[in-house]
Design a protein around this ligand. Structure first.
Ligand code: C2O
Length: 404
């Protein structure tokens, strides 16, 4: 069941024509099941800062063609942008209890976005008659790619979007710690963040992909408690960093409903998707196999305007979708590991494995730092790799006295 307008828009949201974000309904259309494109040539997604002028011209031509399609064509750019709004802002309410089919904050995050990009990329290729066309990825996990890539900042091409933060233009680099600040980011700190979200904090499917979310089981989705490491950062930080601080919700990239309106969105997500493939293929981690996830359906219009129904789990192997990523260095794997914030207070670990600052009540007006020693000796290497580590912080109380 589709809702018009969507139920979950932020205040001040400006929807384009029609006040909805559902893709157009073409009467008589019933979704067909997805078939793997086994006869397609392999497409290689390249790092956006490395593409040549020929590729830039090709991408510009494809995107210009997409922006030039009729407004009611589900393949046109603004309709493609609405796809994100539809699945993210409460347009699809399922069943008699109107459960929100939300694709963030849970295990749907990675597969939904992989499929979304797949159809978007195939439409662009189709519009220029090129089956090898592949989206470039924004290589924000490498120092050389940490600014907005040049093909997106050239104001004469279709990849440009004026709704981006004025103080985050190149050569300013991404600031994953404070995305709203105008301060230049720190390469080292960015590497450390990526390492934590890809390696040390992401050893299991639930940690990396986020919590389960099933029809009929009431669950409050919430970025802090149910999102996976892949979604939390860099993903969640890059969005507001790109979006314009002059707009109410940092549109375009800073808000779910509007982020698909910036062509950079698709290259940001190509890198999020690349991170997922690295987590599987290079770091050897396994995805969820629960059929409540793998058999969940999404629908998209394909390059021929046909409505196609896909299973979330059918995108796990990108070879089957006939694309791959250009191999580039992953400096965060070695450099992110050893990062320590210089000059910060580091207490000695307590021998028990329990960290206690002391018994005194402290008010948390400033950061309190405690170093927790990990109980390495009690676990084998394999146990360490497979077990989740949980840091239990107790004794934090909110003192409301004195507030009005
Ligand atoms: Cu659907 Cu980057 O979000």
């Amino acid at each position: 069941m589709a809702e018009t307008p969507p139920t979950d828009l932020p205040d001040g949201a400006t929807l384009d024509s029609g006040g909805t974000c559902c893709p157009p309904f073409i009467s008589g259309t019933t979704p067909v099941d997805f078939e793997f494109p086994s006869s397609l040539p392999m497409r290689t997604r390249q790092a956006a800062h490395l593409v040549d002028d020929k590729f830039k011209a090709k991408y510009d031509a494809a995107l210009t063609a997409m922006k030039g399609l009729d407004e009611d064509d589900p393949r046109c750019f603004s309709q493609q942008a609405r796809v994100h709004c539809a699945w993210c802002n409460g347009a699809y309410l399922v069943g008699s209890d109107s459960m929100n089919y939300q694709v963030h904050y849970s295990w749907f995050f990675a597969p939904f976005h992989r499929w979304y990009l797949y159809f978007y990329e195939r439409i662009l290729g189709h519009l220029i008659g090129d089956d090898t066309f592949a989206l470039p990825f924004w290589n924000w996990d490498n120092e050389v790619g940490m600014s907005i890539p040049p093909i997106f900042t050239d104001t004469s091409v279709a990849m440009y979007d004026e709704n981006r933060d004025a103080c985050h233009q190149p050569p300013i680099i991404l600031n994953l710690s404070e995305p709203a600040s105008c301060d230049n980011g720190s390469v080292k700190s960015n590497y450390a963040t990526i390492y934590t979200h890809m390696v040390s904090g992401a050893t299991t499917a639930s940690l990396f992909h986020g919590a389960d979310y099933r029809y009929g089981i009431e669950k409050e989705l919430n970025s802090d408690t149910t999102s996976g490491q892949l979604e939390l950062s860099p993903h969640d930080m890059v969005h507001p960093w790109v979006g314009s601080s002059s707009n109410t919700n940092r549109e375009n990239m800073g808000s779910l409903y509007s982020s698909g309106r910036d062509p950079l969105f698709y290259s940001h997500h190509a890198n999020v998707d690349r991170m997922w493939s690295i987590w599987n293929d290079k770091l050897g981690r396994s995805n969820y196999t629960d059929t409540d996830l793998t058999n969940s359906k999404f629908v998209f219009y394909d390059e021929k305007k046909q409505l196609v129904q896909v299973n979330a789990g059918d995108c796990y192997d990108i070879n089957n979708l006939r694309y791959q990523y250009q191999e580039v260095d992953m400096p965060w794997l070695s450099k992110g590991r050893s990062f320590k914030k210089a000059g910060k207070f580091r207490p000695k670990p307590t021998p028990t494995g329990f960290a206690e600052s002391d018994d005194e009540v402290k008010s948390l007006m400033a950061p309190v730092t405690v170093l927790v020693k990990r109980p390495r000796k009690t676990r084998t290497k394999i146990q360490r790799a497979e077990q989740e580590e949980i840091l239990n912080i107790q004794g934090i109380e909110v003192d409301m006295s004195g507030t009005t």
